[in-house]
Design a protein around this ligand. Structure first.
Ligand SMILES: [Zn+2]
Ligand SMILES: [Zn+2]
Length: 188
């Protein structure tokens, strides 16, 4: 479902102490500068985030959802292709000092398996957790259309715009010369 961030001033940083007993809902927009890792894979246009936070002391549980408009190069023809992603996730955020204490032994449940992550300092910057999730949700491969023709491996022409004169199976070309050579040898 599409949603709008009504209060743009809402901060993506929050201190567990500012979360009331009944919980707190926050919405914010992530800018390109908040998404350094994602930016290497795709161009973010609009990334809206929503979090429902509850806190017990300094332990915070978050129900989160996001909507992201991105563009990414087509894996076939390299054209910039629009990509709409949305997702939901849950995360328990624990203060960093608990991480040192809870080193899981073999066979034990690791933090990752239990959707636990850690935060440093008094304030939690929620941006990176959203970035991680969007990164995970990125499709492995995207194509600008179902029938993208790609680019010609020989002349580099975008075959969606025009065809080219290159011969189809380029791999057989070196052997074609060899074939000629064999023929001329045999003719002698
Ligand atoms: Zn394409
Ligand atoms: Zn070509």
């Amino acid at each position: 479902m599409p949603f709008k961030v009504e209060n743009q001033a809402m901060n993506k940083r929050i201190s567990p102490l500012d979360i009331p007993l009944q919980g707190k809902k926050i919405e914010f927009e992530l800018q390109e500068s908040d998404l350094p890792r994602l930016k290497e894979e795709a161009t973010p246009h609009l990334v809206l985030c929503r979090a429902n936070l509850k806190a017990v002391g300094d332990q915070v549980s978050m129900e989160a959802s996001y909507q992201a408009s991105l563009s990414k190069t087509c894996d076939c023809c390299l054209k910039q292709t629009k990509l709409e992603l949305h997702g939901e996730f849950r995360l328990t955020l624990l203060p960093q000092y608990l991480q040192q204490r809870e080193q899981p032994g073999e066979g034990e449940i690791t933090a990752e398996m239990a959707d636990i992550d850690y935060y440093d300092g008094k304030e939690i910057n929620l941006g990176p957790y959203f970035e991680d999730q969007i990164f995970l949700d990125l499709p492995f491969r995207i194509e600008c259309s179902d029938d993208c023709q790609g680019i010609c491996p020989q002349c580099g022409k975008d075959l969606n715009k025009s065809s080219c004169e290159c011969e189809e199976p380029s791999v057989t070309r070196p052997f074609a010369n060899l074939q000629n050579l064999i023929q001329t040898t045999q003719e002698k």
